[in-house]
Design a protein around this ligand. Sequence first.
Ligand SMILES: [Cu+2]
Length: 382
Amino acid sequence: MTGFKTIIAAAGLALASSAGVAAAPTAAPGAATTTTAPEAAAPATAAPAAAPTAAVAKPADPTLAADGSQLVKPVAHVGQPTDGYYGIQTQVTKNGETAHWFHDSILFPLITIISIFVLGLLIYVVFRFREKANPVPSKTSHNTFIEIVWTLVPVLILVAIAVPSIRLLAAQYAPPPKGAVTLKAIGNQWYWSYEYPDHGGIAITANMLKEQSEVPAGTRYRTDADGPRLLAADNRIVLPVGVPIRLLTTAADVIHSWAVPAFWIKLDAVPGRINETSFTIDKPGVYFGQCSELCGARHGYMPITVEAVSPQQFAAWVAAKGGTMPGAAAPAASGADATDDTATPATAAVPGNAAVENATVTAETTNQAATANNGAGGNPGR
Ligand SMILES: [Cu+2]
């Protein structure tokens, strides 16, 4: 039996090597020393027997391709800033759509009309009542009609703005309904960590992906499939579409702010307290955001990447992360720490620059390192 296992392991090793994939660490040492030439040739019939032994640890992550790269690529103009475009990003939540309409149909026209009206009045007054054109100024100090108009009109304008504004504000803080998916975002200097407390306590750390020129060879770097520069994170937060999301924010050190423009969400993450809001994503896709509270030297380098998927894919993703859907039975223990996102996947190394869960870069922990200041030399000062 032991001999058979060795053959299987050797066949798996040979297959993995020929495909350019590093073998799982557990199989490597023993198999390499006991392999004999004929078995190492790995007849085709031995390969299927070897494959399942390596794949049973975790279900596949539905958001990743077989090579570990991101399946869903960001789409231009969606969930991210666009060169040369000004205006609010396309919104994918109800509150966002309301806010977008409120801005485009009420606030912006109103501001434009008022500004042009006041400018016109000023220009008229400057020319019409200048000393040359109006040598004897009027001494009128009171006009009941004009006073009523300039009091009433601004009041009506303010009421017209206040009604949709307060309604939107209330909707943003409406408690999530039952069945909401809870996402807890924790701000850290300078990365985000996440927990899914209703889904078996899945925990994820998300760091910004650096550019190829900024990392040593062999280290994962950002590609266009990950997202735009400074906005792509190594681990995406996966959320279901059409399901209310309860967002909880807090922080481990200083105040951060979890903000994703396409969701119309910006919620401060304050140490020692938990803030809550809710939203429902309408469309699948990849959406980007950033920390929006000045939180230190690398404040600008803690992006947020959310991938919205169908509820079925979300359930598959939860299973891939070792979590459970609410109400479902806990999965059989696989031996690995189900909530440890940094655990090495059973499929071991992924070729090339593919996305892997454990690609999280160790976060810098001091201002000195983060700003590349020379601690010994001190700040040169100005
Ligand atoms: Cu921050």
